[in-house]
Design a protein around this ligand. Sequence first.
Ligand code: G6P
Ligand code: MG
Length: 225
Amino acid sequence: MLKGLLFDLDGVLTDSAKYHLQAWNQLATDLNITLPPEANQQLRGRSRLDSLNLVLSYGHQENRYTSAQKAAFAKTKNQMYLHLIEAMTPADILPGISDLLAAAKAAHLTMVIASASRNAPVILTRLGLAEQFDGIVDPATLHRGKPDPEIYERAQALAKLNTTEVAAFEDAAVGVSAIKAAGQFAVGIGDPAVLYQADYIVPSTAALKLEDIQRAYTTWLERKE
Ligand code: G6P
Ligand code: MG
């Protein structure tokens, strides 16, 4: 039986993924790097440092800087990002999310945030959603970023549930890989060609309906047994 929902944040609850990309683009430009179109997908879900290394690799600069210089670049990007998210309000909650959270609450599902972002608590507060969740994984305590399953295993432990009792939501290919590596039911939001590993895929958050998710989850569970 479905007992809990585990949520990525950026690109799932709100479109902050576009601000991450904008800030990375700004830093890339400062470093004379042009991000290719696929960076939009590739940067999604990756930790701050993994993202920086990817940005540098697009410019063949991955071995050019010391870790202190990289830390400074990451800090600069974060300052730009913080500036971009300053004006966020509850109006920035993506379509369908508020209804989904309300339906989940009515069904007494446990809800936990599994975001790699150290800014997740700030964003949840800006969106007015901070009180909606039963837990939030602290990404500062993680050893490995998505696609490693660690963050989803931790979220599941926070929810005090088993692997087959949760559904996890992602917009990033590395995020879906992390969910599947954790053995959980994955709901992908976006392009099926990118999120092909997911067990259930919708084109956008507007199409997320708890009943449909529960039905797909039940089919998945029955096939497993
Ligand atoms: C999420 C986003 C990534 C971001 C990462 C770290 O996973 O999808 O784009 O790089 O969090 O976020 P932070 O706000 O800590 O830099
Ligand atoms: Mg995401």
